[in-house]
Design a protein around this ligand. Structure first.
Ligand code: PBG
Length: 307
């Protein structure tokens, strides 16, 4: 009688890969997750594929950062190197969806480049995203996933990919991304510190807004998004349902780091059954209308689901 069934094929695993480290580094606030070396990342993706998880999203942790986030578009940057290795070794067994943003690569921690006043320069940032998209596509990305919430990012990236001949590379757009307090553990995982304790409210959405998401999503679809995403997931089930009712493209939802870590912490204290809560929450995200879910639970829950 179940109306909704969560399957392994619904899951996309977010993973971190760090440059110039010799052993995987555990991420304290994301129990069970690591900043991977290139080799341990390849082993992790292989294990996920064996479990039936057929898509991964990648975040890079570069050895050095600078003002323009050079590592994001450098063909020798850690994510590009990793994409090349994964596509060589695993081919079509896994869908590679690198996160496309600058914050992991900038020394100020913002998702874009800054102007003289220290504000994020939207249009200059689009040029950096275009370069990063082309570098990721050339390295083997199947889809790119712009997460910076700059205005016009999907159209700019689509044009750059097409111009470089990567017409077959798709875009999973972080369309409705909120300025959430639930990204805390991610910032440890990706070594991101926003300068001066700054925030992202200039480009991410106000959690108080619901209809605004429909506008953001409509703009992305118009500009060529192949999949639109709502993020975070559980705190925005109403938004997922609205978006699912308003567009024809597939819907992704990101069950983010804080949503994962709260379950882990509650389970460690013996206050909730973490395995049961994880399944309940992810099923709710799908019930609300998500066709696929980015979740740090992908590896551990896959074995308990149907294919
Ligand atoms: C930005 C990005 C963030 C996350 C994914 N992409 C952080 C942010 O916007 O501050 C957060 C994911 C999570 O919390 O799991 N590159």
């Amino acid at each position: 009688m179940a109306e909704t069934r969560l399957t392994t094929a619904d899951l996309i695993a977010p993973l971190f890969v760090a440059e110039e480290i010799t052993a995987p580094r555990p991420i304290a606030s994301l129990p069970g997750h690591f900043q991977h070396t290139l080799d341990s990342l390849v082993a992790e993706v292989t294990a996920l594929v064996d479990l039936g998880v057929c898509a991964v999203t990648l975040f890079g942790v570069p050895a050095t950062k600078d003002a323009v986030g050079t590592g994001a578009s450098d063909p020798g940057g850690i994510v590009q190197v990793t994409l090349r290795r994964l596509s060589e070794e695993l081919g079509d067994a896994v869908v590679l969806i690198p996160d496309l943003c600058l914050d992991e690569y900038t020394d100020h921690g913002h998702c874009g480049v800054l102007d003289a006043s220290g504000a994020v320069d939207n249009d200059e940032t689009l040029r950096r995203y275009q370069a990063a998209a082309v570098a990721q596509a050339a390295a083997g990305a199947d889809l790119v996933a712009p997460s910076g919430m700059m205005d016009g990012q999907v159209g700019a990236i689509r044009a750059a990919l097409d111009e470089a001949g990567h017409t077959e590379v798709g875009i999973l757009a972080y369309s409705a991304k909120y300025a959430s307090a639930l990204y805390g553990p991610f910032r440890e995982a990706a070594d991101v510190e926003i300068v001066g304790g700054g925030d992202r409210r200039g480009y991410q959405q106000d959690p108080a807004n619901r209809r605004e998401s429909l506008l953001e999503v409509a703009l992305d679809v118009e500009q060529g998004a192949d999949i639109v995403m709502v993020k975070p997931a559980l705190t925005y089930l109403d938004v997922i349902a609205d978006v699912a009712a308003s567009v024809d493209v597939p819907i992704a939802a990101y069950h983010v780091s804080g949503e994962y870590s709260m379950i882990k912490a509650g389970h460690e204290r013996g206050w909730i059954d973490g395995d049961a809560v994880a399944l309940e929450q992810l099923t709710a995200v799908k019930r609300a209308g998500a066709d696929m879910i980015l979740t740090y639970f992908a590896g551990e829950i896959a074995g308990r689901l149907d294919a």
